[in-house]
Design a protein around this ligand. Structure first.
Ligand code: AMP
Ligand code: ZN
Length: 461
């Protein structure tokens, strides 16, 4: 089935056609590792993962790259403000490397818990400083950048297409600019490719321009080219990246390479909390651990995210989480009932549901619609083939449908039945098949079924 995706660059839903026949190369802007990821950040990575899973479901081999920003980029996306890594280092008395390692490990734990597949490569910015310096050098040589007292800047006026992603022209950018904070810049939208460091700056490297550190945007251009080549298929990020970070990536990459670098730009919308912004001052930047502490498993949060298409804002509320928990629980018990059924549904009916599911996911990742298809399918009379089809859908949802067995063992089995099952286990280990069969009969008579499994037995009603 033809996958369609919304391309921010063309502002249209387009047929997705990869550069190489059955292979897709995608790049996602990764976390800045100076703090825990909050649930809004994680929504962006659930989207990244859904995209990859849909591509894989469609039979593509996916090479996915997500950078780890472990070098200070500035507090705002533009070139002002404090260096986040340095700020965190100073506040905690640790080195930037210690901070980055700690929060990278936490981030990996979070994405594992949310069933987000780890990208094929997660390069760290600090391992690629040489590559970034090479791009900056080349941009200077080609006349797209200039040196000032405090760094090397990209000159946006040298790239007439600047603004094509966000649709904000350079003139509008100039008029909309705040009071100029950096008098060295020729245009307010010019951005730092390299910053010269003060002697006490914690993270700094040798460069042709003295000691310094890279600007934020350059890392994505240097690393995407290194791992994915000069032109690749898809670049993802949150919508906040459109007007500055990705606009800058496009400008520097196209000027450096002499052609376009990315075919499809895809952006996920923001998560709101109680209808408003997430912010530290409001104390509502929740983490995965906060959710778990309140009794919500990470997979319930994933289910919550999947119920809103990635281009729509999603509003997080605790009531919403509670509703997601209830719905997910119901989904699991329905799945379990289908799993335990020995009946079958005719192949044509299953094929019809599968087709509807595939139509939904291939329509710019309409995962909420695909979940709707699943719910309708689960209303069919109980049958194992429905469970099998749901397992196939779960390659995209990643909601642990294959693990439902564990919950099954948590069904209320009366003590008497458990005892009979344990006695039967002993009989079987003694190869006393007659006793084992007799005990099975007793269990059945009490209304339960026992099935032997590689790791013991399973009891169902
Ligand atoms: P950062 O670590 O700040 O660079 O952000 C990591 C990712 O999270 C980026 O793709 C952002 O676009 C995304 N992001 C940040 N805040 C939110 C939010 N409230 N909702 C959804 N995505 C967000
Ligand atoms: Zn980036």
């Amino acid at each position: 089935m033809q996958l369609k995706v919304y391309n921010t660059l063309t502002r249209k839903k387009e047929d997705f056609v990869p550069i190489n026949d059955r292979e897709v190369r995608m790049y996602s802007c990764g976390p800045t590792v100076y703090k825990y990821a909050h649930i809004g950040n994680l929504r962006a990575y659930v989207f990244m993962d859904e995209l990859r899973r849909v591509l894989e479901y469609d039979g593509y081999k996916v090479k996915s790259v997500m950078n780890i920003t472990d070098v200070g980029h500035l507090v705002s996306d533009a070139d002002d403000g404090e260096d986040k890594m340095t700020k965190s280092a100073v506040e905690t008395g640790r080195t930037p490397l210690e901070i980055a390692d700690f929060y990278t490990a936490q981030f990996m734990k979070d994405i594992d818990a949310l069933n987000i597949k780890r990208p094929t490569v997660c390069p760290k910015a600090t391992d690629n400083i040489g590559e970034m310096i090479a791009v900056v050098k080349s941009l200077l040589e080609k006349g797209y950048a200039y040196e000032t007292e405090d760094g090397i800047y990209f000159s946006v006026e040298k790239f007439p297409e600047y603004g094509k992603l966000s649709g904000i022209s350079l003139d509008d950018q100039r008029h909309g600019a705040r009071v100029e904070v950096n008098s060295f810049k020729r245009h307010p939208a010019d951005f730092a490719l390299w910053k010269k460091a003060a002697p006490n700056h914690l993270q700094q490297w040798d460069s042709p321009w003295g000691k310094g550190f890279p600007g934020w945007h350059i890392e994505c251009t240097a690393m995407s080219k290194k791992y994915l080549g000069e032109t690749f298929d898809i670049h993802t990020g949150g919508v906040d990246h459109i007007p500055i970070h990705h606009e800058n990536e496009i400008a520097q990459a196209e000027c450096w390479l002499g052609h376009k670098a990315v075919n499809y730009w895809m952006h996920s919308e923001f998560m709101l909390i109680d209808g408003g912004k997430m912010s530290k001052s409001l104390g509502n930047t929740y983490t995965v651990t906060d959710l778990v502490n309140k009794g919500y498993s990470p997979v319930v949060f994933r289910y919550f995210c999947l119920n809103v298409q990635y281009r729509q804002k999603i509003n997080f509320t605790w009531e919403g989480m509670e509703a997601a928990k209830t719905a997910y629980g119901k989904l699991c018990s329905l799945l379990l009932a289908h799993k335990n059924s020995a009946a079958d549904t005719d192949a044509q009916t299953i094929a019809q549901f599968t087709e509807k599911f595939e139509e939904a996911i291939n329509d710019d990742l309409n995962v909420p619609l695909a979940i709707g298809v699943l719910w309708t399918m689960l209303k069919l009379p109980k049958s194992h083939s429905v469970y099998e089809a749901a397992l196939k859908f779960d390659k995209v949802f990643a909601l642990d449908f294959d693990k439902i067995k564990q919950e099954k063992q948590q069904i209320q089995v009366p003590e008497q039945v458990r005892e009979l099952a344990e006695r039967r286990k002993i009989a079987r280990s003694n190869k006393d098949w007659a006793e084992s069969d007799r005990l099975r009969g007793e269990i059945n008579a009490l209304g339960y079924v026992i099935k032997d499994t590689p790791d013991g037995y399973e009891i169902t009603k």
